[in-house]
Design a protein around this ligand. Sequence first.
Ligand code: SF4
Length: 387
Amino acid sequence: MISAPQTYYIHTFGCQSNKSDSERIAGDYEARGYQEASDWRQCDELVINTCAVRQSAEDRARGFLHNVVVYFNEAGKKRPKIILTGCMTHHGNDKLYEMLPAVDEILPINEVGFNSSAVRKDRKHAWIPISTGCNSFCTYCIVPYSRGREQSRPRQDILAEVDQLVANGYVEITLLGMNVNSWGLEKVGIGFRKLMMENKNFTRQDLPDNQSQYLKPESTPPFVELLREISEREQIKTIRFLTSNPWDFHDELIEEIGANKKIDRYIHLPVQSGSNSVLYRMNRGYTRERYIEVVEKLRAVDTEIVLGTDIIVGFPGETEEEFQESVALAKEINWKLGFVAMYSPRPGTASWRIYEDDVSHAEKKRRWEILDKIINKDNLAVRPHVV
Ligand code: SF4
């Protein structure tokens, strides 16, 4: 008798990188003969791909896991094998098994390979990871710990995937990475976590500056060359990329965006704060003036360009004056879309270690409402991020 194939189901939280990773995890399952189940209640293996960007994101994953356990207990059915992956893996295996005893296995997110073939539901648009991890150590961010140091995917592998997508009729792609601008750049590679853990008196001054993580390209940045090579594929009509950062948004990239109309006119450029003193505490490696300069240059090469951003309110020590600098910047830049987030300390990060979370929840909420209304005025009904 032929037995039915084993089935898998992937429940994904968080950003586009997680969605892209889930497509590749699905590819691994299918290569091993598994089939996708239509519902988590019917699968043999359940993968929960988690996000840890804020405490609320971790709470949602825990809530989902709780519902899974309750459902199988009440139904008197055997639970599927539960595999946890994604950014919550930064807690480390011991802590995770203790926090979430229903989890059977932990898959480190950096083991999801670039080159596993992706199972895509969309037939027109494809996510393509071009790098993983991050070297930048913004003080609030867990990504350098959960995904590890930045690694660029080899150019020939990216182009081979693009060609395969072209052969399958895809016309739109989005290149993904935590900092796509630095794809292919040589990294100086500073690690400070050990330093932070060993030094009780660690301060903001001990952090390596974000901009020092990369050697500045003296000629065309590799990312611009990659955009040009992909654009040569006639069938590809639209190219997007996420995420860019102001500290290495090179002038040649701006010129390429102006000249190459296959590149989408929407550019997502996180600012995080409009206040230089907050940006310094965040270790963002640029100033408000540098951000405005990049925006002005982008608008000078094409007036059709629209911008989106990520911005945090209630970062430790954020005064009313510093918040008002974010408000003033929002009015000046006129972003089309903004992911406004209330700060929440992520254990293990530098800001959790160095600063006191001293802005009250009520005050964060007040600031969030003000900024959200200003930035997302055109799309309040489809608010991108409700915290
Ligand atoms: S650039 Fe900063 S915010 Fe973005 S992933 Fe890296 S550390 Fe996090």
